[in-house]
Design a protein around this ligand. Structure first.
Ligand SMILES: Nc1nc2c(c(=O)[nH]1)N[C@H]1C(S)=C(S)[C@@H](COP(=O)(O)OP(=O)(O)OC[C@H]3O[C@@H](n4cnc5c(=O)[nH]c(N)nc54)[C@H](O)[C@@H]3O)O[C@H]1N2
Ligand SMILES: Nc1nc2c(c(=O)[nH]1)N[C@H]1C(S)=C(S)[C@@H](COP(=O)(O)OP(=O)(O)OC[C@H]3O[C@@H](n4cnc5c(=O)[nH]c(N)nc54)[C@H](O)[C@@H]3O)O[C@H]1N2
Ligand SMILES: [Mo]
Length: 691
C-alpha cells in the first residue's frame, strides 16, 4: 500500500478544473522528483492530464519568482528590483493604512482560480480584506451565469454523480469539451459508451470531444436557450413527459407548456442554425431513452443568455423524470453537495464599520471599467493573487488602461511574472501547491482532497495565507481569526454537524489523502424530488427570478452579438468568435512554460475554407482578428471543424508572449450575462483579414 511508502506526500491538484485530482509526490533529499495521479483515488485513477503530469516543470521552472520586487520602470514595462519581505510588507501596510484612513473601499482584492483550495483561495485572504473593509469582489468571471440559471431551476449546485453516468444509455455533452477540460470525467462517459450509450455533443465547434461522439450538433453560440425550449415543445407535444414526476416534483408545468407551445423545432431552426428535424430527433430520443444524462459545462454560460440557457436545460430531466435514475439527470457542478462553512472560513463579521462604509461590490468581469470609472470612492489600490486579470478579463484594452493608472497602487502575488505582474508596484513571490498546505472540495466529483506540503518554499516564496497573516499583523489587526494556522482553517472548512462530512476525518486525509462525501451509492439526488429550491420542487416557474425582475419562465434570450440580434454590427463584423481553453494551458497558467507553448505552437485561428477563401486566407497565413474593441494576431488553420461564420482561437495566451502584446481578450466584450453578472466571453463578433 502506498500509504506506507517512505517519501510519498499526498497532494491535490490546485487548478480550476472539475477533476480536482489526488496526487502523490515522491520527495528525495528535499526535492520533489516524481509526481503521479493517485492510483487509489477512483476519479483520478492514477492518471494526470497533459499539463499537470509535468507539474514539476512548473514548480522548478527557472521563471519562478523567488524574491519580492518593486517596480523601477513604467507600469507595464516589466522592470523591477529585488527588495526584502520587510520592505515589501511595510510598503503595502503603510499604503493600505493611508488609503483606509479615508475610505478602505478604495482598495479592492482581485483573485480567482490560481488555486481552488480553502486555505490559499477562500479564507485568510477574505478575512484580511473583510477586516480591512475593502471593496468586496464579485467572483463572476467563470460560472456566475450558469450557477444562477441552475439555481433557478434546481436550487443548488447538485446533480448527477459523474461516476454513476457509466449506466446511462444516452448522454448529451452540452457546452463542454471534457476531452480537454474534464479529462477524468470523460473516462466515465467513455465507459458508458463501451456499455452501449449513445453520445451527443452540442457545441458550435467540432472539438476533440465532438469527434468522439456519435452525433455532433453545432448550434450558433449563445442559442442554447432556443434549442432547449424546442426540445421541451417536442417533449410536451409528443407526450414524452413523466406526468407522475412532473405532478409530484415540479412547479409551473402548465405555464411552461403554454410558454413553449410556439417554440417548435421550426421556430428554433433559424435561431440555432440547426435543422428542425435534428432538433426533433434529439428531443424524441431524449424523451424515450432511459437512463438519460446531460453533462453540461460552462462553455454555454459565456453568452448573454448564459443563465437562461442553463436554466432551460436544467428543466429537461424533470420533464422526462430522468432524475429517477442515478445514471440519469444532469450535472453542471457538484460543489453544492459539500457543506462548506463559508462564514467560518471568510468571517464577513470582521468588516469594521458597515454604517460609515456600506459594503461596496466590484465585479471582477468588468475590472477595466471599475479601475477607470468607479466613484464613491474611486479605486486607489488593487491586490491581485490567484489570478491574471490583464490577460483573462474581457476587453483588455480597457483593463490595461485601468492597470496603467500611475496613481493606482498595485500588488501582485504570483509564481510568475505575468502580464498583470508587469503592472505591479510590488510583486510578491508565491509558493506552488507542493510548498503549501490546503484542502480542496471538487466541482466535478464527490471527494475532498487534501494537500500536504512536500517541499520547502523555493527562494523566499510564501503562501497566500501566510502573507495575509503577516500583513494583518503589520496593520495591527490582532483579531484571533487573522492568527489562525492553516490547520485551523482546514478544521473549520466544513460544517461538522452535517452527516455528509462524516468521513472527512484527519486520519482519512492523512493516510489516504482524500475522502468521499457520505452520500448513498448509487446517488440519485432527485429521484424522489427534494429539490433545494424555495418550493422543494424543480421550478419551471421561478419566483426567485421574478423577484429580480427577470422572466420567471424558461425563455429565449438572443445573443448580444449575432446576425439575428444585431444585424448592423454583423454587417461589419460577420464572424462569431470563440476563445475556449487550449488543451495544454489552464487559462493562462502553463502558457509561459516551453513544453506547453511548443505543444500549442502559437496563437491560432480556426476558420472555415469558404470564409478563408472569401478573404484570400490560406492555411498558415498570419491573421489580424479585430472589432471595435481591439485586435490580435493569430495563424490561420483552415478547417471544417468550424462551420461557416464561426472562428475559434484556443486560449488563453500571455499577451507579452504573443508577438503583438495582445490575446483573444482584445476583442471580447465586458457586457454582462442575463443572470449572475458574468462575462459574455463567447458572445462576440469579429472580422478577420490577412496581417
Ligand atoms: N486544458 C484545460 N482544461 C481546463 C481549462 C483550460 O484552460 N485548459 N480551464 C478550466 C476552467 S477555468 C473551466 S471554467 C473549464 C471550462 O471548460 P468547459 O466548461 O468545458 O467550458 P469551455 O471549454 O469554456 O467551453 C466548452 C465548449 O463550449 C463550447 N461553446 C462555446 N459557446 C457555446 C454555446 O453558446 N453553446 C454551446 N452549446 N457550446 C458552446 C466551446 O466551443 C467549447 O468547446 O475547464 C477547466 N479545464
Ligand atoms: N478569452 C477568454 N477569456 C477567459 C476565458 C476563456 O475561455 N476565453 N476563460 C475564463 C475563465 S472560465 C476563467 S476561470 C478565468 C481564469 O482566470 P484566472 O483565474 O485568473 O486564471 P489563470 O490565468 O490561470 O491565473 C491564475 C494565476 O494564479 C497564479 N497562482 C497559482 N497558484 C497561486 C497561489 O497559490 N498563490 C498566488 N498568489 N497565485 C497563484 C498562477 O500562477 C496564475 O498566474 O479566465 C476567463 N477568461
Ligand atoms: Mo473557469
Amino acid at each position: 500500500m502506498s500509504d506506507a511508502e517512505p517519501g510519498i506526500v499526498r497532494a491535490a491538484c490546485p487548478h480550476d478544473c472539475p477533476d480536482t485530482c489526488a496526487m502523490q509526490v515522491t520527495v528525495e533529499n528535499g526535492r520533489a522528483v516524481r509526481l503521479r495521479g493517485d492510483p487509489d483515488h477512483p476519479f483520478t485513477h492514477g492518471a494526470l492530464c497533459t499539463k499537470v503530469a509535468h507539474y514539476l516543470e512548473r514548480v522548478y521552472s527557472p521563471q519562478r519568482l523567488r524574491h519580492p520586487l518593486k517596480r523601477v520602470g513604467r507600469k507595464g514595462e516589466g522592470r523591477f528590483a529585488s527588495i526584502s519581505w520587510d520592505e515589501a510588507l511595510d510598503t503595502i501596510a503603510e499604503r493600505f493604512a493611508r488609503i483606509a484612513a479615508d475610505d478602505p473601499r478604495a482598495i479592492v482584492p482581485y483573485s480567482y482560480g490560481g488555486t481552488l483550495g480553502f486555505v490559499q483561495g477562500a479564507s485568510m485572504d477574505m478575512r484580511f480584506f473583510h477586516r480591512l473593509g475593502a471593496s468586496l469582489l464579485d467572483r463572476t468571471i467563470c460560472a456566475a451565469a450558469g450557477a444562477a440559471g441552475w439555481k433557478a431551476s434546481v436550487g443548488a449546485s447538485i446533480g448527477t454523480d459523474p461516476e454513476a453516468i457509466v449506466g446511462a444509455k444516452l448522454i448529451l455533452i452540452w457546452g463542454g469539451n471534457p476531452v480537454v477540460s474534464n479529462l477524468h470525467g470523460w473516462r466515465y462517459i467513455q465507459e458508458a459508451k463501451r456499455r452501449g450509450a449513445k453520445l451527443v455533443c452540442i457545441d458550435p465547434w467540432r472539438t476533440a470531444t465532438a469527434e468522439k461522439c456519435d452525433v455532433h450538433l453545432a448550434p450558433w453560440p449563445g442559442t442554447d436557450t432556443a434549442l432547449a425550449l424546442a426540445m421541451m415543445q417536442v417533449l410536451i407535444a409528443d407526450d414524452l413527459v413523466d406526468h407522475d414526476y412532473v405532478a409530484r416534483h415540479t412547479l409551473g408545468f402548465d405555464a411552461l407548456a403554454e410558454r413553449v407551445r410556439a417554440c417548435t423545432p421550426e421556430w428554433a431552426a433559424p435561431l440555432t442554425g440547426l435543422p428542425a428535424e435534428a432538433i426533433r430527433a434529439l428531443a424524441r430520443e431524449y424523451g424515450s431513452t432511459r437512463p438519460t444524462a446531460i453533462r453540461l459545462n460552462y462553455g454555454l454560460n459565456r453568452c448573454r443568455g448564459g443563465g437562461m440557457a442553463v436554466r432551460n436545460i436544467a428543466c429537461l430531466p424533470a420533464l422526462t423524470g430522468a432524475w429517477r435514475d442515478a445514471a440519469g439527470g444532469a450535472l453542471l457542478s457538484t460543489s453544492g453537495n459539500f457543506p462548506v462553512d463559508q462564514h467560518a472560513l471568510e468571517r464577513p463579521d470582521l468588516y469594521p464599520d458597515v454604517e460609515r462604509f456600506p459594503p461596496r461590490h466590484i465585479n471582477m468581469s468588468t475590472i477595466g471599467e471599475a479601475l477607470l470609472e468607479a466613484r464613491d470612492p474611486p479605486l486607489r489600490a488593487i491586490y491581485v493573487y490567484n489570478s491574471n486579470p490583464v490577460a483573462i478579463a474581457p476587453d483588455s484594452r480597457r483593463v490595461r488602461a485601468g492597470f496603467a493608472r500611475e496613481d493606482l497602487f498595485c500588488v501582485v502575488h504570483e509564481l510568475f511574472q505575468t502580464d498583470t505582474a508587469d503592472y505591479a508596484d510590488i510583486v510578491l513571490p508565491a509558493t506552488s501547491q507542493l510548498e503549501q498546505r490546503d484542502l480542496h472540495k471538487a466541482y466535478g466529483h464527490l471527494y475532498a482532497v487534501a494537500n500536504e506540503p512536500a517541499i520547502a518554499p523555493l527562494g523566499e516564496a510564501k503562501p497566500n495565507s501566510e502573507v495575509f497573516r503577516l500583513l494583518a499583523a503589520r496593520m495591527g489587526f490582532d483579531d484571533a481569526p487573522l492568527r489562525d494556522s492553516d490547520e485551523d482553517i482546514i478544521a473549520a472548512a466544513f460544517d461538522r454537524r452535517d452527516p455528509r462530512v462524516l468521513g472527512f476525518t484527519r486520519e482519512a486525509f492523512a493516510t489516504r489523502g482524500w475522502a468521499r462525501l457520505n452520500l448513498p451509492r448509487p446517488f440519485a439526488p432527485f429521484a424522489r424530488g427534494g429539490f433545494p429550491t424555495p418550493s422543494g420542487k424543480c421550478e419551471f416557474h421561478s419566483e426567485w427570478l421574478a423577484a429580480q425582475g427577470l422572466d420567471p419562465l424558461p425563455a429565449w434570450v438572443p445573443p448580444l452579438e449575432s446576425p439575428v440580434s444585431n444585424p448592423a454590427l454583423a454587417a461589419r463584423y460577420p464572424l462569431a468568435f470563440l476563445s475556449p481553453p487550449a488543451r495544454n494551458f489552464l487559462n493562462t497558467s502553463f502558457a509561459n512554460l516551453p513544453r506547453f507553448v511548443e505543444a500549442e505552437g502559437g496563437p491560432k485561428l480556426e476558420i472555415h475554407p469558404e470564409d478563408a477563401a472569401a478573404r484570400g486566407i490560406t492555411d498558415g497565413a498570419r491573421l489580424r482578428i479585430f472589432n471595435d474593441r481591439g485586435a490580435f494576431h493569430a495563424c490561420a488553420v483552415v478547417t471544417e471543424r468550424v462551420r461557416r461564420g464561426l472562428v475559434v482561437s484556443p486560449s488563453i495566451w500571455w499577451q507579452k508572449l504573443s508577438g503583438d502584446g495582445e490575446n483573444a481578450n482584445a476583442v471580447t466584450s465586458s457586457a454582462a450575462t442575463d443572470m449572475g453578472d458574468g462575462p459574455v466571453l463567447y458572445d462576440c463578433l469579429v472580422e478577420v483579414e490577412r496581417a
